[in-house]
Ligand binder design. Structure first.
Ligand SMILES: [Zn+2]
Ligand SMILES: [Zn+2]
Length: 483
């Protein structure tokens, strides 16, 4: 029986009634207890050992899935081959798969022996363009230089472990495998066109999943991401990641002969150049603790060298450690973008798009995961870090429910997204990462899900789903400025 029959939801008002199902008198209480008493209260440590051993002995399909995804890297909302391989691998576990969510996403559910909270184990389908990467698609340059292929594998490994004989029956609750498209916020111009055509509303996959209601019956979320950072042979947990808004910018100038009649043109590239200089001039105004990152690229710089550029396009993120800081920096960036147009008499069209929110690790979940990771690799190889400059839409989920986003090593290279980022330890990045998540699920859902209930009860979400969607939609703007 699926727990959605209970009054569960991501809204704070629902949260009270949900917990009452487990902890105090309610119409479901008799049912809850009667279900629970049927369960054999196996020792949690034994269950976790069983899970871990089962992943070791039966985990090959998880590595196979990661390698299959590595072999056909695809960018966000276009991960059709990757989605097909993932759905097939999940079905091979005997699970039903709901496909086609947010274009390429999917979910599947493992049911515990009795009702309880629903824990989502997430993974991401997408690669990103990284020309020069040895595993890049020769046509698109897409490559798994953020190792999302390993997330597909470690999610599957966790599912395999939880299917070890006797485990699910001992758990109170359910586990949703949630495979999400488009975490890398790239190809902004193309995605914005797709948005306008109504194919999706949000350019990132998890915000789109939230909008579609796919998180409505999820109580706790987790995902493990691969990193090149130390410890290479272990795990790391950051306290937070930055959030971001994304921008697509068009400068319109006037075409003219670049040598013979530049005085008749308006140089849109010079406008963009001035804007980037203006953005740089803001940097001394940012507070360190706000972790502001603004890093524009020019995606079109003109059409031919012997004509004054009249169509120049830019994309940028404005990242920060808090929503307030992001909004403030975004205003400064807009000012600089307008200044570039003003300087040369061009027109600038600024599209600001909702991006990702800062991430907050749930401390209780993080400590449970950490202990499990330590049993796998030893305490010296599980590190804790502060703020991370990168962003992820797992941040969005942690604003509306308890969640964790630990990192696992097993990769080498300068950094994620570089052309030399290679996974060199699939046992760690796929199998051990999957074991740590499955063992965390066992901690949460064994013993009548008392730990999961504690996490959900003690967690104070920053906002409800509706407040989240309203905030994200509030970031969207399309404005045009002429001198
Ligand atoms: Zn990435
Ligand atoms: Zn990533």
């Amino acid at each position: 029986m699926r727990i959605t029959s209970f009054p569960f939801g991501t809204g704070a008002t629902h949260r009270k009634s949900r917990i009452s199902c487990y902890t105090s008198a309610c119409s479901h209480l008799t049912f809850c207890i009667s279900e629970w008493t049927l369960v054999n209260p196996s020792n949690t440590v034994d269950l976790k050992n069983l899970v871990s051993d089962y992943v070791s002995s039966h985990g090959k399909p998880a590595i196979d899935l990661a390698l299959a995804a590595l072999s056909h890297p695809e960018t966000g909302y276009q991960e059709f081959k990757t989605a097909a391989a993932t759905a097939s691998a999940i079905r091979a576990l005997g699970l039903e798969v709901r496909e086609g969510l947010a274009v390429t996403g999917m979910t599947a559910t493992l049911q515990g022996g009795s009702p309880g909270p629903n824990i989502a184990i997430l993974s991401e389908l997408d690669a990103l363009p990284v020309p020069g990467h040895p595993d890049a698609d020769p046509d698109t340059t897409a490559a798994h230089a953020c190792a999302h292929h390993c997330q597909l594998g470690n999610m599957l490994a966790a599912a395999i472990g939880l299917q070890a004989p006797g485990v699910l029956e001992s758990l109170s609750g359910s586990i949703t495998l949630m495979v999400v498209p488009a975490e890398e916020y790239v190809e902004i111009e193309w995605r914005n066109e797709q948005r306008k055509s109504g194919r999706f509303e949000f350019l990132g996959g998890k915000p789109e999943f939230v909008r579609l209601g796919e998180l409505d019956d999820v109580d706790i979320c987790m995902m493990t991401h691969v990193t090149t950072e130390e410890p290479h042979d272990g795990f790391g947990v950051f306290a937070s990641n930055t959030g971001l808004v994304a921008k697509f910018v068009k400068y319109r100038g006037v075409k003219s002969h670049a040598g013979g009649a530049p005085h008749l043109g308006v140089n849109a590239l010079n406008a963009a150049h001035m804007a980037i200089a203006g953005i740089h001039a803001q940097r001394e105004t940012y507070k360190d603790e706000d972790t502001i990152r603004v890093h524009p690229i020019i995606t079109r710089g003109g059409s031919v060298v012997n004509a004054v550029p009249d169509d120049v396009r830019m994309e940028t993120f404005v990242r920060g450690s808090s929503i307030k800081a992001i909004k403030s920096a975004n205003e400064k960036v807009d000012r600089a973008l307008r200044a570039g147009a003003l300087a040369v008499g061009a027109t600038v069209e600024i599209t600001t798009l909702p991006g990702y929110l800062p991430l907050t690790q749930d401390k209780t979940l993080a400590s449970i995961h950490r202990l499990n990771a330590e049993t796998l690799v030893g305490p010296d190889l599980v590190h804790e870090f502060g703020m991370r400059g990168g962003s992820t839409d797992m941040g969005d989920l942690t604003q509306i429910m308890p969640g964790i986003h630990p990192y696992v090593g097993g990769a080498v290279g300068r950094s994620n997204h570089s052309e030399d980022m290679i996974v060199d330890d699939y046992n760690l990045a796929v199998l051990d990462a999957g074991k740590a998540m499955a063992m965390t699920v066992v901690d949460l859902l064994s013993n009548n899900a008392s730990e999961a209930i504690r996490v959900v009860t003690e967690h104070k979400p920053s906002m409800t789903k509706d407040e989240y969607l309203e905030m994200q939609r509030g970031f969207l703007s399309e404005r045009s400025f002429t001198e």
